[in-house]
Design a protein around this ligand. Structure first.
Ligand code: FES
Ligand SMILES: [Fe+2]
Length: 413
């Protein structure tokens, strides 16, 4: 449980909030390359800021505040030319750094010398445009194995935008038990559990959260000795199997997930593509009606992502943490919150927070991707099913004994 003040501290994304200042120390994907192929401009809301991404006719990509510095028309309708983007209304011309190059019909040097359109650095990397909204110099995009390994190919999946704060999605990454209860009847499963209350949770015998240099490892220990690992790179990335879910805070109550898959080549073949553009797929809405909020919509609940979204959105636009009751198995959630609070403090003390990399050539972050991809099959664990992991289910009626096993450690705040 958190106080209302702590909940606000945890979930802020705006520039004026401490957590928003923390989030502004990281690069986030904000669009896919294809978004600028047919149109030269795209409206983007990111960390609560309204922005326009554009590509000028000399091929440079910029990210400017949406409202023109003249009288506030949207640069979404701007015309791009060699020198930058020209506001459709009266033609004020901006370059990618936000400098005003022209102020038609007159040339107003006083304005050109004193006014700047808010502008942020953009990078094109693994099929997406990434933005950095923090203090300069910007750090490097981390060399995470899924993003930089050369012995395979990548593709991108963009989930429908979710109507909830990003922390709800990331808390789920530190919540190993839900996977075997919430997802017990996801469409890919072949078996059915003994009862729906425990689902397949008793296939798992425990879990741990060791700290890593870049965040937290989630170790899920199964009955046959297999340990499934899901690394979390602070603050917003989760790797599961061969993909990373990158949770991007759109604003305080909306989150978009860009998922990057790495398809490792069987024989180690090296892929030298620049990967500026990757195959991309956009997920269909996970609820009907798609634009409505809980309880005026209903999630489809057939697939794992649909089930997850149903839980996160039904917690509320911002989860009501002052009224929750954390139990022993929520200790990963508590760890994440503490890590966010600790890193807010670090930023306030002028330090780089966790998982900010200054050297673009830093060693690759090895999250155990090879093991995740190759070592499951010999143990008989199918990528998409848990029930083959053990073949054994705890029969109904023995729950008391099982509960003793789970009640090992006390919850933190
Ligand atoms: S509002 Fe943009 S040039 Fe006038
Ligand atoms: Fe899930």
């Amino acid at each position: 449980m958190l106080t209302q003040e702590e909940n606000e501290l945890l979930t802020g994304v705006g520039r004026e909030t401490p957590a928003g200042q923390l989030l502004r120390r990281y690069w986030f994907p904000i669009a896919v390359t294809q978004d600028l192929n047919d149109q030269p401009t795209k409206f983007v809301r990111h960390l609560g800021e309204d922005l326009v991404l554009f590509k000028d006719l000399s091929g440079r990509v910029g990210l400017l505040a949406d409202h023109c510095s003249h009288r506030g028309a949207s640069l979404l309708y701007g015309r791009v030319e060699e020198r930058g983007i020209s506001c459709a209304y009266h033609g004020w011309l901006y370059d990618c750094e936000g400098n005003i190059l022209e102020t038609p019909p007159e040339r107003n040097d006083a304005i050109m010398n004193s006014v700047k359109q808010t502008a942020y650095p953009v990078k094109q990397f693994i099929g997406m445009y990434w933005a950095y909204l923090g203090p300069l110099p910007a750090p490097a995009i981390p060399n995470l194995d899924v993003w930089v390994r050369k012995d395979g190919k990548r593709h991108v999946f963009v989930h429908p935008t979710m109507d909830c704060n990003w922390v709800q999605a990331q808390e789920n990454s530190l919540d190993p038990t839900h996977a075997l209860i919430l997802h017990q009847d996801a469409g890919h499963r072949k078996a059915r559990p003994v009862d729906s209350t425990r689902g397949f949770i008793d296939d798992m015998t425990g879990f741990e959260f060791p700290l890593t240099d870049y965040g937290i490892m989630k170790d899920e220990i199964f009955g046959n000795g297999y340990v499934e690992q899901h690394p979390i790179m602070f603050p917003n990335v989760l790797r599961v199997h061969n993909s990373t879910e990158i949770r991007v805070p759109v604003d305080h109550t909306h989150t978009r997930i860009f998922e990057v898959y790495f398809d490792m080549s069987e024989d180690g073949t090296i892929n030298d593509d620049d990967e500026l553009e990757l195959p991309v797929e956009f997920g269909d809405p996970y609820k009907e009606p798609a634009e409505a909020l809980h309880p005026f919509t209903r999630a489809k609940m057939d697939t794992v992502p649909q089930q997850d979204q149903a839980m996160w959105e039904s917690q509320g636009l911002v989860s009501d943490r002052p009224h929750e009751h954390l139990s022993y198995s929520d200790r990963g959630v508590s760890m994440l919150r503490k890590m966010i609070f600790d890193n807010i403090t670090k930023v306030q003390e002028g330090e780089d927070p966790l998982a900010v990399f200054r050297d673009p050539n830093h060693p690759m972050i090895d999250t155990g991707l090879t093991r995740a991809v190759q070592h499951r099959k010999p143990l008989g664990i199918n990528t998409d099913t848990y029930e083959v992991a053990t073949g054994k289910l705890i029969p109904a009626g023995t729950h008391d004994n099982v509960n003793q096993r789970w009640n090992k450690s006390a919850p933190q705040t």
